[in-house]
Design a binder for this molecule. Structure first.
Ligand code: FAD
Ligand code: NAD
Length: 406
């Protein structure tokens, strides 16, 4: 009898954890599992702000897929997904085509530009290893240029961050720690460097706990980060960023503009004809797409409503990782012809955001607020716990964050 073919698209948090769990649940004699990913490594998206600032190297963030996936059980295809045809049960890759009986879509997120002029051309984004590395090198190169260009080119050493959501705040914390090193290395006066975080909302992290927001803003300001709140970005140009302040447009001159003001689901999902809500598949309780019984969607491509708030749960690694347990169980069950499907419920474990490697803030265990060193340790515990889940103690020792004393 032909074995059911399971295809998993994307090896981010949702995809790789589903694969790792599934490979332990089924035998090679009963199913064929194929994992497709653009690169031969998994990367920790939640560490990309550190790679972008240059405070950790990309090799700590990326994990070879072969180190955590058993290639005797899973057929790994390094390729780029172009489209999915859920009616024909086919996936078009840049370099071929795959047919499936059961599909897991875990293609993650991309930057949302909201149609703002010039963003595609003139802004950097923190979304993957390649663009994180580019940001690091670009900023460093501009510091190197500063003393070699005629005139007072302060635009070269002005860093503008679009959006003070969690990504913007975390990047601000890292780059504020990195700037003194860059200044020393490239003979630049620290007082001339500006790090400006521009936020449309009335404060950083709009809607988050006010006490924690105040802590984060004070700590970042103490490290030299300027905040412009109530200030939407209107346009990015070759020379800088146009913002609206008090009803007036003004330009901030910069050659280092990092847009961190929003994410959306991978557009392949909508383009492939799935029924979407805000560009994502609003999955059923068992994580299946509403219109296809053989397709499960996890992570940032999926949408689940929080019944209490009437708004979707935010796209997080925490959610993608939790979903993987139900996704693996349900895909196994479907492939075996069973109908004992589990239902998924998000269990909010809290939110902790770093403010550089040495500081953080957040809320855990329901309502326990953490600040400073204890929050920073908690953040590293969360990061290390994931490594342990993904690849056991060996991976944790290789890639973990153990420096908790500063
Ligand atoms: P992703 O992690 O985006 O993975 C998608 C995978 O699919 C990638 O491997 C990618 O290469 C691959 N892929 C994409 N397109 C294709 C294609 N066409 N073909 C083949 N492969 C493809 N969340 C938290 O819970 N806690 C945090 O502390 C946190 N920190 C964050 C920090 C930063 C800087 C950022 C940007 C986000 C952070 N998030 C955090 C959010 C979190 O990273 C995302 O919600 C999470 O990565 C979503 O997981 P995913 O599996 O859906 O997709
Ligand atoms: P976000 O959507 O959460 O925040 C974007 C911010 O940009 C908002 O504050 C918004 O008001 C602002 N903004 C939007 N348009 C703007 C404009 N034109 N000008 C100026 N500001 C503008 O996006 P994010 O921070 O990238 O986070 C994405 C997801 O990843 C979220 O779900 C977040 O919770 C998660 N995340 C979590 C952590 C963590 O837990 N430590 C860290 C990073 C990201």
């Amino acid at each position: 009898m032909k074995k059911p073919r399971i295809v998993i698209l994307g090896a981010g948090y949702g995809g790789i954890m589903t694969t790792v769990k599934l490979q332990k649940m089924v035998g090679t004699n009963e199913v064929d599992i194929t994992l497709v990913n653009k690169h031969d490594y998994h990367y920790q998206t939640t560490w990309l702000h550190e790679n972008s600032a240059g405070t950790i190297h990309q090799d700590q963030t990326r994990i070879p897929i072969k180190d955590v996936v058993d290639f005797n059980k899973v057929n790994f295809v390094q390729d780029t997904v172009v489209s999915i045809d859920p009616k024909a049960q086919k996936v078009q890759l840049e370099d071929g085509e795959l047919e499936y009986d059961y599909l897991v879509v875990a293609l993650g997120f991309e930057t949302a530009t909201f149609g703002i002029k010039g963003l595609e051309e003139h802004a950097f984004n923190i979304t993957n290893i390649n663009n994180a590395r580019l940001i690091r090198d670009h900023i460093e190169y501009n510091f190197a240029r500063f003393n070699n260009e005629p005139g007072d080119r302060e635009d070269l050493i002005t860093i503008v961050i679009g959006g003070a959501g969690f990504t913007g705040i975390e990047f601000a914390g890292e780059i504020a720690n990195r700037v003194p090193e860059l200044c020393k290395e490239y003979d630049v006066d620290r007082d001339k460097v500006r790090i400006i975080t521009v936020e449309a909302g009335p404060s950083a992290l709009p809607g988050f706990d006010p006490e924690l927001v105040e802590y984060a803003m004070n700590r970042l300001e103490a490290k030299g980060v300027e905040f412009m709140v109530g200030t939407p970005i209107k346009e990015a140009t070759v020379d800088g960023v146009v913002v609206e302040r008090d009803g007036q447009e003004e330009e901030i001159k910069t050659k280092n503009f990092i847009w961190a003001a929003g994410v959306k689901a991978n557009s392949i999902v909508e383009q492939s004809g799935f029924e979407v809500n805000r560009g994502k598949v609003e999955v059923r309780d068992d994580l299946r797409a509403p219109d296809y019984d053989n397709v499960i969607v996890v992570g940032d491509c999926s949408l689940i409503m929080n019944e209490e708030t009437g708004r979707p749960y935010p796209p997080t690694a925490q959610n993608a990782i939790q979903q993987s347990a139900v996704a693996a169980h349900n895909i196994k069950e479907l492939a075996r012809g069973g109908n004992d499907l589990q239902t998924y419920e998000f269990n909010n474990m809290g939110t902790v955001a770093s403010l550089g490697h040495d500081d953080a803030m957040g809320v855990v265990f329901g309502d326990k607020k953490l600040f400073g060193w204890s929050a920073s340790v908690m953040k590293k515990v969360i990061d290390n716990r994931y490594l342990l889940k993904l690849g056991g103690i060996g991976l944790l020792l290789k890639k973990g964050k153990f420096n908790i004393f500063h």
